[in-house]
Design a binder for this molecule. Structure first.
Ligand code: IVH
Length: 696
């Protein structure tokens, strides 16, 4: 829930700015707690709140009575009429490793020694509820409200996945957890809203807040709950199972919740762990951060809790938050801004891509001025308009995208988004029968671009085939797909290059390209939704092109990072590309991928035989600087491939969980960071010796 958190504040220069901020926060809070449609993203809200508090601290005489800080202090924000059994507290935030270590030092000081372990689990980005069970039956559901009192939302019982109406045992307990919409539920919710002619929700959290409190709707929006606390019932009904809650570790309480049939934070794909040290907690945090974007629900950090009840008691609880737990917050990945314009382009695979030009906004350290709008269907579903305030999400490597409009912020001046009538690439017809529109020429709409991509250094790596020559080959009709590259004649090349000598060189390079491993050939196909690293994962998993082609949706989903949606898309892509794949095979381009075991396994273990341990098994290796010695000729992609072939995991940034840094010339900040963290640093020469057997 919202509160005054540790995000850096907005500086309010004068009283006018202060009054504007007060107005903005009040309006946003009213909308947020009303129907969940606030015009401000969380980060902006928190910064403004802190700016207001800072201004009032410096100039108390200027503070106005209706300031939101006064409401928070008085506990008067969004309370309800149900008094919580024990206050529903907030959590202090930390924003990085140093911050967390400082928190750990403070905790150890209070305890007079290190805590007896930590429980770590994802921080679910939703809103808190207390669920009261009597004799195993769910009898009451209450929002967090202001932490002291909340609102009775028992009408929502039966609509919340993960919060069973009847527990596995007839106990009287209070379960606390976070209500969210999973990504699928969010999509479904907005589909339902559109069907009923109601404004779409701008993000899953607003949707959860709005839906939990709504009554009398003609439709039901399914919600999810992930529990994180178990308390004995306040009425003291003393059945055996509830006794001794205060003596159990947090991990044990989570297990009890699970055994009662309640879904907990441990049931998210990243799970929860009991760890001995903050170092281990940090390693977990890194894995969660790395998987954040691929998760089926929104998380905004990791919660670290002293696991042992004695440690919790000794550390104690402040007025706002416990001292034995802390939230490690990930950077905000969603902000609100305005759509200034929408432009259209045709992508490499022939699909039309609408792009929103935005009022620039900083998201997680990067200024975002454009975001994808996915498809015309999506524009219609979200009822987006030019001039709309929108939620924009930028997560990891994912291209920033518009999540939805903030309907509450509309002024009436917004204008419809015009849809194209002709392909923006070739001016030809558009196939608009599916949600994603496509040029009727498909991949052929911009064949040159597809071929240029295919011959690139990280794919087929055919030197000499520059963009000009590719355009000419395509224009001459010599290349109609990437497989045609392998049957090019000397005459065709001479016609395109004007040089016999160059043509011979290119022919030799094409011959060499026939030997490229599967991962590169697969990448060269330009399958929608797969870049270099996904292509490597797919190739390593299946080993041969034939196995990829034969894979069904279930088999594809065994590859890390492929969910049901991506699997379906890959199947469609593979079906479309089947003739090209067959042509490649006929042209002799059909090398396998050396199969590599999952990290930590030995090479032969893949085939069920005990084998030799791979030299980098279980290691996370980062390469930086210019490579020398045996690695001199390798691109960064090739070095990463080498690391993975030798059983390691290739990382891109240095952290505590990095095992080894390969530092070439001019290594810079990564080397300094590795040294400060005590991560082992080796030269490319030393590294080359370790992995000599795996060099290309
Ligand atoms: S423990 C004493 N664990 O985050 C507070 N909270 O910003 C106990 N939240 O109010 C909270 N995921 O609503 C805990 N794994 C998790 C959580 C979690 C989300 C929420 C919760 C809390 C808020 C604090």
């Amino acid at each position: 829930m919202r509160g005054m958190e540790n995000a850096p504040s907005v500086v309010l220069a004068d009283r006018a700015a202060y009054l504007d901020a007060v107005e903005e926060v009040r309006a946003a809070a009213a909308a947020y707690y009303g129907d969940g449609t606030s015009a401000l993203d969380d980060d902006t809200f928190d910064r403004l709140m802190r700016g207001i508090a800072a201004y009032e601290a410096a100039r108390p005489e200027d503070a106005v009575e209706q300031s939101p800080t006064a409401l928070v202090a008085a506990g008067a924000v969004e309370g309800g009429d149900v008094v919580h059994s024990v206050p529903m507290l907030s959590l202090d935030n930390v924003f990085g490793q140093e911050d967390l270590e400082r928190w750990g030092t403070g905790l150890a000081r209070r305890l007079g020694g290190e805590p007896r372990g930590f429980h770590v689990g994802p921080k679910i980005d939703g809103l808190a509820v207390a669920a009261y069970y009597t004799g195993g039956k769910l009898v009451r559901l209450v929002t967090r409200g202001n932490g002291t009192t909340g609102e009775d939302v028992s009408h929502a019982i039966g609509t919340v996945d993960g919060l069973p109406e009847v527990l596995a045992a007839p106990v009287s307990v209070e379960v606390r957890g976070e209500i969210v919409l999973t990504n699928d539920q969010f999509e479904e919710a907005n589909r339902i809203r559109a069907e009923y002619g109601e404004p779409v929700f701008s993000n899953p959290r607003n949707a959860a807040a709005g839906s939990l409190r709504a009554t009398g709707r003609a439709y039901t929006i399914p919600l999810s709950c992930y529990a994180y606390t178990l308390l004995p019932a306040a009425d003291g009904d003393d059945t055996a199972d509830e006794r001794g809650f205060a003596e159990r570790t947090h991990s044990a309480l989570m297990d009890t919740l699970g055994a009662l049939g309640v879904r907990t934070v441990a049931d998210t794909p990243v799970g929860a762990r009991t760890v001995a040290t903050l170092g281990e907690a940090l390693a977990y945090i890194e894995t969660v951060a790395a998987r954040r974007d691929a998760l089926p629900l929104g998380i905004d950090g990791v919660v670290i809790k002293a696991d042992h009840p004695d440690d919790q008691r000794t550390a104690g609880t402040g007025s706002r938050a416990p001292r034995w737990a802390v939230a490690y917050k990930f950077p905000a990945v969603e902000k609100t801004t305005r759509i200034v314009d929408v432009t259209w382009a045709t992508g490499r695979t022939g699909f039309l891509a609408p792009r929103a030009q935005l009022e620039p906004v900083e998201i997680a350290g990067v200024t975002v001025a454009f975001a994808t709008l996915h498809s015309p269907g999506m524009i219609g579903k979200l009822d987006l308009r030019i001039g709309d305030t929108v939620t924009v999400r930028r997560a990891g490597d994912v291209i920033p995208y518009v999540v939805g409009p903030v309907v509450a912020a509309r002024t009436g001046a917004e204008t419809p988004i015009a849809l194209p009538e002709k392909c923006p690439g070739c001016g030809g017809e558009i196939d608009s029968s599916q949600e994603r529109w496509r040029c009727v020429q498909g991949r052929a709409c911009d064949l040159s671009r597809s071929v240029e991509y295919a011959v690139g250094r990280d794919q087929l790596d055919i030197e000499g085939l520059g963009p000009k020559i590719v355009v000419r080959l395509v224009a001459d009709g010599a290349v109609a797909d990437i497989a045609d590259l392998f049957t090019l004649t000397r005459e065709q090349l001479v016609a395109a290059t004007g040089s016999e000598k160059n043509s011979d060189k290119i022919l030799a390079n094409i011959l060499a390209a026939k030997e490229r491993p599967l991962s590169r050939v697969f990448c060269a196909l330009g399958v929608r939704g797969t870049g270099r690293s996904m292509s490597r994962r797919i190739a390593r998993h299946f080993g041969t092109m034939a196995a990829i082609v034969d894979a069904d949706a279930a088999a594809l989903q065994e590859v890390d990072g492929i969910g049901p949606e991506k699997a379906a898309m890959l199947l469609a892509e593979l079906a479309e590309l089947a003739p090209v794949i067959a042509k490649l095979k006929a042209a002799g381009v059909d090398k396998d991928e050396p199969r590599v075991a999952a990290v930590g396994q030995s090479a032969d273990a893949v085939d069920g035989e005990p084998g030799e341990e791979l030299p980098l098994a279980g290691m996370t290796v980062v390469a930086t600087g210019s490579m020398t010695g045996p690695l001199a000729a390798l691109s960064r992609t090739a070095v990463n491939e080498l690391i993975e072939r030798a059983g390691g995991r290739a990382g891109s940034s240095v952290s505590k969980s990095t095992t080894l840094l390969v530092a070439g010339a001019n290594a810079g900040s990564k080397k300094a960071k590795a040294e400060s963290l005590g991560v082992r640093v080796v030269t490319p020469e030393e590294f080359g010796e370790t992995v000599a057997a795996y060099l290309p």
